[in-house]
Design a protein around this ligand. Structure first.
Ligand code: ZN
Length: 261
């Protein structure tokens, strides 16, 4: 109780401070998605970025420098996911470890309770429950600049963090807003996951990356990437999946890409 009073007071102070102009430039250059937010959404994101940067422990590994560009580029992408939720969804994330490149990781893909290790060389990262999120800086940057189209390492790892809020292990189901939502989630995600497994097995082209066919946790993380990176195509080709994710994230990113009328 006392802790949350102090925390709320500290957060109010952080949010009241003016948003640094240099941070705006960093977001403009490195997190292209933010330009499409409405004004209230952008203000919400910026205020969450101020809290996120201040509250997390930031650590560079193997000589990776930690500076404003690194922190703000990670924070803005992480906070993009929760524009419709709130910063409390990341309270369990304590620290962010940044590598200068894709780093050496176990070759075997594992999901063991509170740890998810990504084994793909082109976008390595890890998400721990109540522990660090580990990210390679070049992948953070290319996701924010939309260079990889569907891929976004930060969206992927922070989707795992949201997933793990529901019982501490990544199982593809983050905390739901209501029991009705949970029913709908289960039915849509199960069907879409099994369709992706079928398409990937038979070599059919799919909008969702086949990494999502590994298991339900990876399916949610990959679907999250596509939802925010390719919202219009996801809505057209997987309307039920789009609608379910839109309901959970309380965001409708496909409408942000339509020309204003
Ligand atoms: Zn993953």
């Amino acid at each position: 109780m006392l802790f949350s009073w102090f925390r709320n007071r500290r957060r109010r102070k952080l949010r009241d401070a003016p948003f640094p102009a240099e941070w705006e430039t960093i977001i403009e250059d490195n997190v292209r998605h933010v330009a499409r937010l409405s004004e209230p959404e952008r203000l919400q994101l910026e205020s969450n970025v101020q809290v996120f940067v201040a509250e997390k422990n930031w650590e560079g590994v193997y000589g990776q420098e930690i500076n404003d560009e690194v922190c703000v580029t990670v924070a803005a992408q992480a906070c993009y996911l929760i524009v419709g939720l709130n910063i409390g969804w990341y309270d369990r994330v304590q620290s962010i470890l940044i590598y200068p490149n894709a780093y050496s990781a176990p070759q075997q893909f594992t999901v063991s309770g509170s740890l998810v290790v990504e084994g793909r060389s082109h976008r390595l990262g890890e998400a721990w429950y109540r522990g660090p999120v580990v990210l390679s800086w070049p992948d953070v940057l290319s996701g924010g600049r939309r260079e990889g189209r569907r891929s976004n390492l930060v969206f992927h790892e922070f989707a795992h963090e949201l997933d793990m809020l529901n019982g501490g292990s990544a199982d593809g189901t983050p905390p739901m807003h209501s029991p009705v939502d949970a029913e709908r989630w289960k039915s849509v995600m199960t069907e879409e996951f099994s369709n992706l497994c079928r398409d990937c097995r038979s070599g059919q082209p799919s909008l969702l990356d086949c990494y999502g066919a590994e298991n339900a946790a990876e399916f949610f993380a990959v679907a999250t990437e596509t939802f925010f990176q390719e919202p219009v195509r996801l809505r057209r080709r997987h309307p039920q999946l789009y609608e379910t994710l839109s309901h959970f994230y309380r965001q409708d990113p496909a409408t942000r890409l339509l020309p204003a009328t």
